[in-house]
Write a protein that binds this ligand. Structure first.
Ligand SMILES: [Zn+2]
Ligand SMILES: [Zn+2]
Length: 382
């Protein structure tokens, strides 16, 4: 890689081209060769060592949303999806001294433009120049090329160093933990001793429970439909889990937190009825955070929000360096998200990996893809 001001090292040779997957029509990914991107000012080049498949990737690839590429749907644009990756720094852009070649890092999805008033307040996932590459905005695998390839550039502001104690596969989960942290502290203002209810036991819900418990929420209640995932929620620190397949979710939660309801409810399921349930579960003066992208609009009891001083808000991603703080919790062993990683595949097998995640084959929760080696298989048991 010979480019003005770019630093490389013989220890980490960088090829000129790489294997990458691009999206054609809905659900159709295709292998291509792409040039390895060149890091610019305040950027580094990462060799992608592991990348997890997120439910949002499935939405982007099959339904074209919430990705927005060049102002529209992402189909037939030579666009590479994937956003939950970690890797090793292999080249530094001009004047970059925040990282060294060989550093292992987890990445945040969003680099804001850095100049709008939301970015200046640390709310870079709500950047007013969202999707405007000329302004410097990027969202890996949503508006710009992502990580289902060998190498990717990232802004220095979007990377958190990983200690050697965090294996590659676990490093891919740091950004999800960061989203949970952002929902709890920055948006939710959670303080120790408050009750926390999590609706939905997908990856985000499980991390909201784990991080919430670590931060002192009490009790932490998780509602869901999968006994396998609810057992993992317990292992991550949930005080109570509620299988809502055979009972009324609101009544079951009130039986645990008391008839006044919960201090904070985080809706992570995307189910149409869940928004109304979340509002019903919140106490007077409580808060409700919506963390799932629902597929359709839904009716809610707005009168309850007004009457009872309930705050309702959405979250996108992981602002205010929440990823760094979540990374510290994992590094310090406050909880162990390893049970979320159920499958690994080499990048060559991406179509199989995507189908495994989409169909939740064989109990799949987090499916991790390794671009530079690794074997396919189910991880662990249960
Ligand atoms: Zn994601
Ligand atoms: Zn901005």
């Amino acid at each position: 890689m010979a480019a003005d001001g770019v630093t490389t090292s013989a220890a980490f040779p960088v090829p000129d081209t790489m294997m990458a997957w691009v999206l054609d029509g809905p659900g159709e990914v295709r292998r291509v060769d792409k040039p390895v991107p060149v890091p610019g000012r305040a950027e580094v080049l990462l060799r992608i060592d592991a990348i997890a498949i997120c439910p949002s990737d499935i939405d982007n690839i099959w339904y074209g949303w919430p990705a927005i590429v060049d102002g529209g749907p992402p189909f037939h644009k030579n666009w590479t999806p994937g956003h939950e990756y970690m890797g090793t720094v292999v080249a530094l852009g001009p004047h970059v001294d925040e990282f060294a070649i060989g550093d292992r890092v987890a990445v945040e999805i969003h680099a804001g433009c850095g100049q709008c008033r939301r970015c200046r307040a640390g709310l870079y996932t709500a950047c007013l120049n969202y999707g405007d590459r000329a302004k410097g905005h990027r969202a890996n695998g949503f508006t710009t090329d992502g990580g289902f390839c060998g190498y990717q550039v990232n802004h220095v502001n979007t990377m958190a160093k990983l200690s050697d104690a965090i294996p590659d596969a676990l490093g891919t989960l740091v950004v999800t933990a960061g989203t949970a942290m952002y929902a709890l502290t920055e948006l939710g203002g959670l303080v120790a001793g408050e009750s926390l209810v999590v609706i939905g036991e997908g990856p985000i819900g499980l991390f909201v429970a784990a991080v919430g418990k670590t931060l002192g929420a009490s009790p932490v209640v998780v509602t869901g439909l999968s006994p396998q995932r609810l057992a993992i929620a317990k292992g991550l620190g949930a005080d109570h889990v509620v299988d809502v397949r055979d009972r009324d979710a609101v009544a079951a939660v009130q039986a645990i937190v008391g008839r006044h309801g919960a201090d904070y409810v985080v809706e992570c399921s995307g189910a149409p009825v869940a928004v109304g349930q979340a509002i019903a579960m919140a106490s007077r003066g409580g808060r409700v955070c919506l963390a799932a992208f629902p597929a359709e609009s839904t009716q809610v009891d707005v009168g309850r929000l007004v009457r009872d001083n309930i705050a309702l808000f959405g979250i996108r991603g992981e602002g205010k360096r929440a990823v760094h703080r979540a990374c510290a919790l994992i590094r310090d062993g406050k909880f162990d998200p390893t049970p979320l990683i159920t499958h690994t595949f080499p990048l060559d097998d991406l179509p199989t990996a995507l189908a495994t995640a989409k169909e939740k084959r064989d109990g799949a929760i987090k499916v991790v893809v390794t671009p530079h080696g690794g074997v396919a298989g189910r991880v662990g048991r249960g």
